[in-house]
Ligand binder design. Sequence first.
Ligand code: ATP
Ligand code: MG
Length: 412
Amino acid sequence: MDAPESSSGKLQPQAWMTAPETRKIMAVLNEDGGEARFVGGCVRNALVNRPVLDIDIATPLEPEDVIARLNKHKIAYAPIGLKHGTVTAIVDGRPYEITTLRLDVLTFGRHAEVKFTDDWKTDASRRDFTINTIYATADGDLYDPFGGISDLRNGIVRFVGDPDKRINEDVLRILRFFRFYAHFGRGMPDAAGVKACAMNAKQVSKLSAERIRQEVLKLLAAENCTPTWLLMVNCGIVTHFLPEATNIEALGRLVNLEKRHECPAFPLRRLAALLEITASGLQHVISELKLSNEQAEQLSMMVHPDVSISMRMTEPEVRKLVYQRGNSTAHSLLLLAAARDHDPDALKRLYQTATSFRAPVFPLRGEDVLKMGVEAGPEIGRMLEWVEDWWVGEDFRPDRQACLAKMQAAMG
Ligand code: ATP
Ligand code: MG
């Protein structure tokens, strides 16, 4: 029998751990001889002071027992993922994914046949990377069966077990490897992991659009996304799921410009920088990633803007852009244009304008035109639009009186 596991240190109390909802769920799982530990992203991120977005909990209790306890304490849950032993408890609107310790017995791509266990190390062995196998009790005692804490501190993303075998159980792990490297890696990536990903690159094309989209957008949110994307291109991986996304130089410049202007990362904008494509190529990317209508619209606007954007724009032109598209779209378009034109200095002034300008409200309305004797109908809209264009062209200076006079003059 294995020696009893010993704690690998202590996680300082975190706001998400001490929150009353979290304490409640852990108390319910820990009572009557139960046991539960935090695991995965929450522990990993907390150890390196990154924000914790969702909380995963592991427990030897079987799902029926978890559900019985939740029912007893009137805690709502959703049986999403029940087949894989996961129950999602919802306390005061906050979800907690509670997963029974398990081993993946047989894997057919993403579809694993599940067998539960009460052994923590067995549960850790089925997880993907050492940094994702760190457990913490409600009080913060850490359990780290595969040296994940040291790997995390050293920026090493390492497969648990043989990388080639783990990838062949679940190809998604190729993209997860690069995603975690982009966020947590430092120095050279783990050679065995890279080799196995490159060898199995072709299989990435089997993944569903949803999974690829999710991983790509998470990867592109990382500060270090550029060298990671280059690595993926060089390993022959990108060509199997997004062959159009190869403008690494533009991505690198965009990330630097975002940093310089303290503009938060926006993964879709970074994707736009990577793409050098025709309209039909863009449609292909949108459908390959199954982007939502809103995302598709945003990406199209950034890849092929329907307005002319360049670093030679005048300030009134930037104000017009902000008026038509809003401040944040103007920021994105300017950042991308500067990244493509390789012109960081010109950007400074234009970006400043796009930040400080607050679009005013056009001072005329339909009723103003009606009062001038125009009959209700499409003509009203056309008149308004005509004066509005003039007002924008005058850099928003004319006031209401001046706009009314312009309208009057146009009507003769
Ligand atoms: P984040 O929530 O920030 O995306 P995470 O590590 O919490 O990161 P999840 O997808 O929430 O990722 O998964 C929770 C944990 O489940 C992981 O940390 C890992 O231990 C395990 N896991 C998730 N997906 C896989 C996979 N495809 N193969 C093996 N283990 C996985
Ligand atoms: Mg998670």
